[in-house]
Design a protein around this ligand. Structure first.
Ligand code: UD1
Ligand code: CA
Length: 436
């Protein structure tokens, strides 16, 4: 039976953040979650996360068995801490790090199928990448005789091209025989997990490696690394969506969440960001410079340019949201239009209702939120304020510039306006008064 050990107890000091390193997000989900998600398709018997105490308040303890490494003394020490918590039926483990969010299930499947007693995922470095701080594999024939950490490497070893990705498959027997033999007799005064390779090889076990894409093993140690990981993940998501038939006018400027769902023939214009939980159905168009989260756009809806949808929004077929419109927690029924400069919050907008420029639902009195309901075919004139709770029944008309505090009945025409005052030629007198 396969077990998974994810190492995530390191301090992450180089992130310069109060948030534990593996809780930083890439494409909207935490790095730890990316790693957990990549391991789940392997159907492991158990997942153990080696965590720091500081990490616990942030995690969902149902995702895995979290164990605490009290006093971190290196990756070898971390695995040793995990060992005693593994279920007795586990015969081999895949060990990986919580700070490598780009690893894919496919690569882990290949590792799972490998036959060697110890198998190491590796990447081939060349050019400038040779200076990267990854441990290096010392390869003898078909075996890996040891891994040398860069800190310990001779100048010759530093130029070896096969780098340790920090992901391994190891039999439990080997972990049990080699981990107790580790020493911290090295430059970092740490128990290096990588030393188990030398010990396993000396004990005549088979030690092998599998080459993978360097991108997948990218480890995040700093905010600069985090932005690199984000770029790589976004490129993957853009490619995936285009492969599925989504049109991206300028892919580099569109940012997805891992859970963004888009059907074929959705079109996304430049500079659009998707927060969590957005679904786009066929024919939906998102114009330039929009931010969408927790939203469903049904078929042939249009949003933007410059629109903000958030907090549970549903646009039914052919609904249209235009520029400088914010919609929060509202349902916009079929064919309804809110085309300019509006805030619509805690509202239901009826079929083919027309909401004029600058209409605001006043949903918040500083203490509580209230609902605005607008019926089918209603017409709300420009620059009206709708003081919630309020219902505007269907096919009614609200005159422009009204402040609506009471319900409006079906088919009524309602407006609230001061009479207009005219002072003939008053403009001339006014200007004369202020001249000089
Ligand atoms: C490690 C490998 C290196 C490899 C690289 C790949 C060792 C000794 N070196 O180096 O060969 O090329 O990963 O990215 O393993 N952690 C704990 N407890 C500890 C120490 C670390 O849980 O006591 C966790 C960290 O949170 C991190 C992971 O282990 O998620 C790796 O530790 P890190 O210190 O980043 O190792 P590297 O120096 O990157
Ligand atoms: Ca690292």
């Amino acid at each position: 039976m396969l077990g998974i050990i994810i190492l995530a107890a390191g301090q992450g000091t180089r992130m310069k953040s109060a948030l534990p390193k593996v809780m930083h997000k890439v494409a909207g989900i935490t790095m730890l979650h990316h790693v957990l998600d990549a391991t789940k398709p392997l159907a492991p018997e158990q997942i153990v996360v080696v965590a720091s105490k500081a990490l616990l308040p942030y995690v969902n303890q149902k995702d895995a068995d979290y164990i605490i490494q009290e006093n971190p003394q290196g990756t070898g020490h971390a695995v040793q801490c995990a060992l005693q918590y593994l279920k007795p039926n586990i015969t081999e483990v895949i060990i990986l790090c919580g700070d490598t969010p780009l690893i894919t299930p496919d690569t882990l499947h290949t590792l799972k199928k490998s036959k060697a007693d110890v198998n190491i995922l590796s990447m081939y470095l060349s050019g400038d990448d040779l200076s990267k701080a990854y441990g290096r594999l010392i390869i003898e024939g078909n075996s890996v005789s040891r891994i040398v950490e860069m800190k310990e490497a001779t100048n010759g070893e530093k130029l070896l091209p096969y780098a340790n990705a920090g992901v391994y498959k190891v039999s439990i027997t080997i972990l049990k025989t080699t981990l107790p033999l580790l020493t911290n007799n090295n430059k970092s005064k740490e128990y290096y997990l990588t030393d188990i390779v030398r010990l396993a090889h000396t004990q005549k076990n088979s030690t092998s490696y599998i080459l993978g894409e360097a991108d997948e093993f990218f480890g995040v140690n700093s905010k600069a690394d985090l932005s690199c990981a984000e770029q790589i993940m976004q490129d993957r998501l853009r490619a995936q969506h285009m492969h599925n038939g989504v049109t991206l006018i300028d892919p580099k400027t569109v940012f997805f969440s891992m859970d963004t769902r888009a059907e074929p023939d959705v079109t996304i214009h430049p500079f659009v960001t998707f927060g969590p939980n957005v679904t786009l159905k066929t024919g939906a168009i998102v114009y330039q410079s929009c931010h969408l989260e927790n939203a469903i756009l049904h078929q042939n809806t249009k949003v933007g340019p410059f629109a903000h949808l958030r907090g549970d929004v549903e646009l039914l077929e052919k609904a249209e949201i235009g520029n400088f419109v914010e919609i929060k927690k509202s349902t916009i029924n079929k064919g309804a239009k809110i085309k300019h400069l509006s805030y619509i919050g805690d509202a239901t907008i009826g079929i083919k209702a027309n909401i004029g420029a600058g209409v605001i639902t006043c949903n918040y009195n500083g203490f509580t939120k209230s609902q605005t309901i607008i019926g089918d075919g209603a017409f709300v004139g420009s620059n009206s304020s709708l003081i919630a709770p309020v219902t505007i029944h269907r096919n009614s008309i609200i005159g422009a510039g009204s402040t609506i505090t009471q319900n409006v009945n079906e088919n009524d025409l309602v407006f609230t306006r001061c009479p207009q005052t005219t002072k003939e030629k008053g403009a001339i007198k006014f200007k004369d008064k202020y001249k000089n």
